[in-house]
Design a protein around this ligand. Structure first.
Ligand code: NAD
Length: 490
């Protein structure tokens, strides 16, 4: 990282540099999928411990598996893994800190064997993941690992050079097992419900493709703690790079910006040890589920509630959308609809949590884009909202707001906004979704729901399709703002 005197025009901000000696930090964690979130969250917690003189055997080796990760290699390598994390407060206040916990970075396509041996090394005791929801490769409705994905089929062949997360992790575990090295703990930090249990299921299913006995061993001998992670981390922009240069005098190829809020609730299941994360504000608990349900259903789905209706209303940022009283009311109403599906959350006042969420969404400095929240919906709504709808229906509860959120996605997926401007639908299923959404205008208003892989049998459930069709019809006839007025009774 090159630091230069800050621009005279803007008073120099202070950057906190790592006050600890980075030489001699051992690599105890290998992290797969180093993006914005890992660098704003988990790497920060380890940095915090290093600053306290702790966790010197828990340095992080970042690994990128996807071709797009070459950009992270090219950013981090010349900076020795250092990068600037800027915390943006709602009042415009900024704090910057250089994080030193990522002590190495490997881009897997450069040298797959180097990654496998790093994973198999006895010093590696935790392998953590932020590989996005799609990275887990399971069917949204059945929850089963998709054994037909071509990259998975290729990685399961004997002697394959891996390309997928499954190929790498399972080959490394097999090597450790053959060498008598205890397995590392696999720590998922993705927004996937029951992320540890899901990781266990998919990695064991992949291992069973190679050898059923290996599959059983992965299932039984490897720890996969569940976690709930929370910190809004938008995509870094050129304006952020300029801010870091001009305000803090740091020339950083890829800084990270995030909101002040930080939450990490982690199941304490680490047979090979772990860093003393409780000293860095992490809650270590026996059961993460109540916390994650609260977060997925209140934070993540509320983002979905803002995203499409916000976009169709003409907003482009989350803070703009939530500043619209109709959208703010709708989000609060949705949260009230979702709340009966939550379990008691020890130590959390739900009323306060919900109010804090609306405040967090309103932080203009974070400038979280609706485009980010509108992306990859087919990995989000089916996983986060559809199970909630089923629970509400089972319990005899109403689903008006949930159905309206799904309808707003269906309207957005038509790929044209209310002014006739194109919408870039970013989704691995975009082609299919757009085609289906467009056909809902041609005599089959339920067309979008006719995908059992995304919605199961919701299309046959009148208690859902009723409010869904009301919302979709209203979006077609009158637009997002009028629909919000009807929904909120404004
Ligand atoms: P990002 O795009 O900056 O980074 C994603 C990383 O995952 C990249 O390194 C990418 O190559 C890798 N990846 C994607 N698909 C993969 C696959 N199939 N196999 C292996 N690696 C894959 O995104 P981010 O902001 O860092 O978010 C990553 C994940 O972290 C999210 O999907 C979510 O599950 C979790 N998360 C993010 C936030 C946030 O606010 N950004 C908050 C909480 C949780």
């Amino acid at each position: 990282l090159a630091t230069t005197p800050a621009d005279d025009a803007a008073p120099a901000g202070t950057v906190e540099l790592p006050p600890y000696d980075r030489a001699g930090i051992r690599t105890g964690i290998v992290h797969l999928g180093v993006g914005g979130f890992h660098r704003a969250h988990q790497a920060l917690a380890v940095d915090e411990l290093l600053r306290r003189g702790e966790a010197r055997e828990w340095g992080i080796c970042g690994v990128g598996l996807m071709s797009g990760d070459a950009a992270m290699r090219d950013a981090l390598r010349p900076q020795d893994g250092l990068y600037t994390l800027v915390t943006k407060h709602a009042d415009g206040g900024l704090e910057a800190r250089v994080v030193g916990s990522i002590v190495d970075y490997l881009f897997a396509p450069d040298d797959p064997e180097a990654v496998l041996e790093r994973l198999a090394h006895p010093d590696t005791r935790i392998v953590s993941l932020t590989i996005t929801e799609g990275g887990y490769n399971f069917d949204q409705v059945t929850g089963e690992f998709d054994v037909t994905a071509p990259a998975v089929v290729a990685d399961a062949r004997p002697g394959a050079v891996p390309t997928t997360v499954f190929g790498y992790v399972v080959e490394a575990l097999a090597r450790r097992r053959a060498r008598g090295v205890p397995p590392f703990t696999v720590m998922s930090c993705d927004n996937v419900q029951g992320n540890g249990a899901k990781a266990r299921a998919v990695f064991a299913a992949f291992a069973a493709l190679r050898d059923p006995e290996l599959g059983a061993w992965v299932h039984n001998a490897v720890a996969f703690p569940n976690s709930m992670v929370d910190r809004i981390t938008p995509v870094t922009t050129d304006a952020d790079r300029a801010l870091v240069r001009d305000r803090f005098g740091v020339e950083d190829r890829w800084p990270v910006v995030a909101e002040p809020f930080f939450q990490w609730v982690l199941e304490d299941d680490f047979p090979q040890g772990r860093p003393p994360l409780e000293h860095a504000g992490v809650q270590l608990v026996a059961d993460v589920e109540p916390y994650e349900l609260m977060k997925l259903r209140l934070l993540n789905v509320s983002h979905q509630a803002l995203a499409y209706l916000g976009w169709l209303s003409g907003y482009r940022y989350a803070h703009e959308a939530v500043a619209d009283p109709l959208l703010a009311r709708f989000v609060r109403d949705y949260m009230d609809e979702a709340t009966p599906t939550l379990r008691p959350v020890p130590g959390v006042d739900l009323g306060e949590y919900k109010a804090t969420l609306v405040e967090r969404f309103g932080n203009p400095e974070v400038a979280d884009t609706l485009a980010r929240l509108c992306a990859e919906t087919s990995d989000r709504i089916p996983k986060w909202l559809v199970p909630l709808v089923r629970e509400r229906l089972r319990a005899g509860g109403g689903v008006t707001r949930s159905a309206a959120i799904v309808a707003s996605w269906a309207r957005y997926a038509e790929g044209t906004d209310e002014q006739g401007e194109p919408i870039a639908v970013v989704d691995r299923l975009a082609d299919v979704l757009v085609a289906r959404a467009r056909s809902q205008r041609d005599g089959d208003p339920l067309a979008f729901l006719r995908d059992p892989a995304l919605f199961g049998d919701l299309v046959d459930e009148p208690r859902f399709t009723g409010p869904y069709l009301d919302a979709l019809g209203s979006l077609h006839r009158s637009g997002a703002q009028a629909t919000l007025r009807t929904l909120t009774g404004a």
